[in-house]
Design a binder for this molecule. Structure first.
Ligand SMILES: [Zn+2]
Length: 352
């Protein structure tokens, strides 16, 4: 990778962090001054890149946000490695004006990364208060199964069977961003369990990017009673968590959680080997490869990355392996390859 490419990756990740921060405080089309400092800084860097490359220059933050909606980052004064992002990559969904999964993944790259790092910090805080790995594993599974609680009912959550878990995790849930409760109705996708909007200019949308055919939605007319995990935990823990639960269920011996980062598991594989694995459900294989290499380095042992089965897998795998640093102790598998069990129905559908 050239210095110029690295500089441009750093710039794009700075813009992604700005979009994430702006979306946390604003509805992206309804810009309100003052902008978060990260957004202003990102704008300044894009302007400088445009001047340096004699390329286009955004006229301000609203213009930069419009750039973020273009597929393939067309028109940006950037030189990026060809395998880093897919051809349709963009930072903001054009119809719903929400940060894309690509944006969250970009905002996790590098020493100043925020999204995956936020999710990891929240989980580490939870592990500390849980005290034991078993209790933390129960709490982590609760978060995976309930990233969005459409109809918050304290009496239900305080039943004896789940009261202890709820008391440990409840601080991670917050009210929905106001924009999701507009029109006094809020939707949740039954496939991925995440927030959704069934009617947009580009058709139904959900945060997990479920296939449009067969997608169904649950709804509530009382958005004030809805609760959700932060975006980082919704996309980087709960979304892959659906596949993780299906993969773990394939092993006769229970996979043991290693409470590090987003969570990795160690399992006695049917082929006789011990495997350490983490599930990914991401849009950008190149960015996922960089994060996987970082996770494996922190673990200090070989890591298997397992991704959902599906028609996109062969291309995803190819781009992942092309970007993976040569010294990384990482291998990528589809869920059915990893369990050796034959095709696993894409988990988000099987849990619908
Ligand atoms: Zn979905």
């Amino acid at each position: 990778m050239t210095d110029s490419e690295q500089t441009d990756i750093d710039l794009l990740t700075a813009v992604a962090r700005g979009v994430i921060e702006l979306a946390a405080t604003n509805h992206l089309p309804a810009f309100q001054l003052p902008y978060p400092p990260s957004v202003q800084l990102a704008l300044d860097r894009v302007v400088l890149a445009g001047l340096t490359h004699d390329g286009p220059i955004p006229t301000g933050v609203p213009d930069l946000m419009a750039w973020c909606r273009r597929p393939g980052l067309t028109g940006w004064p950037l030189e990026l490695p060809g395998t880093l992002l897919t051809a349709d990559a963009r930072l903001i969904h054009p119809a719903v004006w929400e940060p894309t999964r690509t944006c969250t993944e970009l905002a996790s790259v590098g020493p100043q990364g925020v999204s995956e790092q936020e999710a990891e910090a929240l989980l580490m805080g939870l592990a500390d208060v849980c005290g034991t790995v078993e209790r933390f594993a129960d709490c982590r599974d609760f978060l995976i199964q309930r990233p969005v609680i459409l109809r918050f009912d304290p009496m239900d959550l305080l039943q004896p069977a789940r009261a202890q878990t709820w008391n440990l995790v409840k601080g991670l849930y917050g009210p929905l961003p106001a924009r999701f409760g507009a029109d006094e109705v809020v939707h949740c996708c039954t496939g991925c369990g995440l927030l959704a909007k069934p009617v947009t200019a580009e058709g139904p949308w959900c945060e997990g990017g479920c296939p449009s055919e067969g997608r169904e939605f649950d709804m509530s007319h009382e958005p004030r009673l809805s609760r959700a995990l932060p975006l980082s935990l919704r996309l980087l823990l709960a979304l892959p968590g659906r596949t993780e639960l299906a993969v773990r269920a394939q092993f006769t011996e229970r996979a043991r959680l290693i409470p590090r980062g987003l969570g990795v598991h160690r399992v006695n594989h049917p082929d006789g080997s011990f495997r350490v694995f983490q599930i990914h459900d991401r849009e950008q294989p190149g960015l996922a490869a960089l994060r996987a290499a970082d996770t494996a380095a922190r673990l200090g042992e070989p890591l298997s990355i397992v991704v959902p089965d599906g028609p996109a897998y062969p291309g995803y795998r190819q781009r992942f392996e092309l970007t993976l640093p040569t010294d990384a102790q990482v291998r990528i598998f589809s869920a059915s390859e990893f369990t050796g069990s034959g095709p696993i129905v894409r988990a988000r559908r099987s849990h619908a």
